[in-house]
Design a protein around this ligand. Sequence first.
Ligand SMILES: Nc1ncnc2c1ncn2[C@@H]1O[C@H](COP(=O)(O)OP(=O)(O)OP(=O)(O)O)[C@@H](O)[C@H]1O
Length: 251
Amino acid sequence: MTNVMEAKNVKLKYGSFEALHGISLAFPAQKLTALIGPSGCGKSTFLRCLNRMNDDIDDINITGEILLEGKDIYHSHIDLVALRKKVGMVFQQPTPFPFSVFDNVAYGLRIAGVKDKDLIEQRVEESLKQAAIWNETKDSLQRNALAFSGGQQQRICIARALAIRPEVVLLDEPTSALDPISSSEIEETLMALKQKYTFIMVTHNLQQASRVSDQVAFLMNGELIESGSTQEMFLSPKKEMTNNYLNGRFG
Ligand SMILES: Nc1ncnc2c1ncn2[C@@H]1O[C@H](COP(=O)(O)OP(=O)(O)OP(=O)(O)O)[C@@H](O)[C@H]1O
């Protein structure tokens, strides 16, 4: 199985506080990896390392390597704009920009300098279809994205992330702000898209992790306790701590 990304001994300090103690984890292509663990264990911190979203935080220190297609994304020659084209992100709260659906989805392409109107139109349509929001938006592409429901906004954000054809999509609790129906629509969308993209998702929802992921990584206190296939992790975890967490004994 090919790994699209691989973290090697990633340590991160906020000032003198070490939030990640040396995480090593590989992300197989066209699979969904779920990062799980109790609140404050470092899931979001680790996820944000994967497209260098932490870079702007004052007094942060990151060591180790994160390889994307074999190259360290923390190497000084890496172009951040190019990196974020390859590694897109969807956040917990839907974050459409306050302009039309069309302009939201076209945003990344325009930033990347794409001028061909036909190509942009084609990509917008394709991406909205992939994110399963085309039927609800096709007659109102010029409507402000903020006028849609939370679940629809989140699918517009997924379409926006997909429009630039990333290798990897990072998702930070993408359904936790949504109602159950919208959440299950997003889950179905992710399952359908796994053939094309590699997803890495932070989730608090263990049932969600068991439904949609192929690989699970369990973090606690900034350490990777255990990772493995979803089936193995849920049915026969190797570590007692993982078993206790998955069985609701703490969290
Ligand atoms: N910008 C920051 N400055 C200092 N400490 C931070 C910062 N961001 C996170 N932390 C600390 O790092 C640790 C890990 O936080 P992080 O948000 O990554 O955890 P998490 O597992 O995603 O939590 P949750 O599930 O509650 O979102 C916590 O102790 C948190 O307080």
